[in-house]
Unconditional design. Sequence first.
Length: 122
Amino acid sequence: MKKLSILITFMVFVMLNTSAWCADDLEIINGGHWVTSSMEQKRAFLFGIGNMLEIEEAMAGDNYEALRGHSIVPVLLEGLSGISIADLVSQLDKYYAEHPTNMKKAVIEVLYVDMAKPNLKK
């Protein structure tokens, strides 16, 4: 129940605070969006990703292991485990600062490929 109330609070916060990201069509948030966003927007985006990952994990229940190789959920959950939102913001800021030609690369792709996958235990 607590997670549901956190999710609802997050959704209301995002709806009230994302005018900079609003467009006619849904967009995948990329480096261009990231570097021009406020700290609150960056944190809200990452909290949203985190909440969705937790929901997916909970919904998978006993079938969670079956997600391996078929979903980004296990990779993101395990590869980013223990990293704070503040550290994720800093690492994403650093990534886009060091890779200015990758501004069209989706933030979720950076989280998955460049941050989570390298942290997985082999």
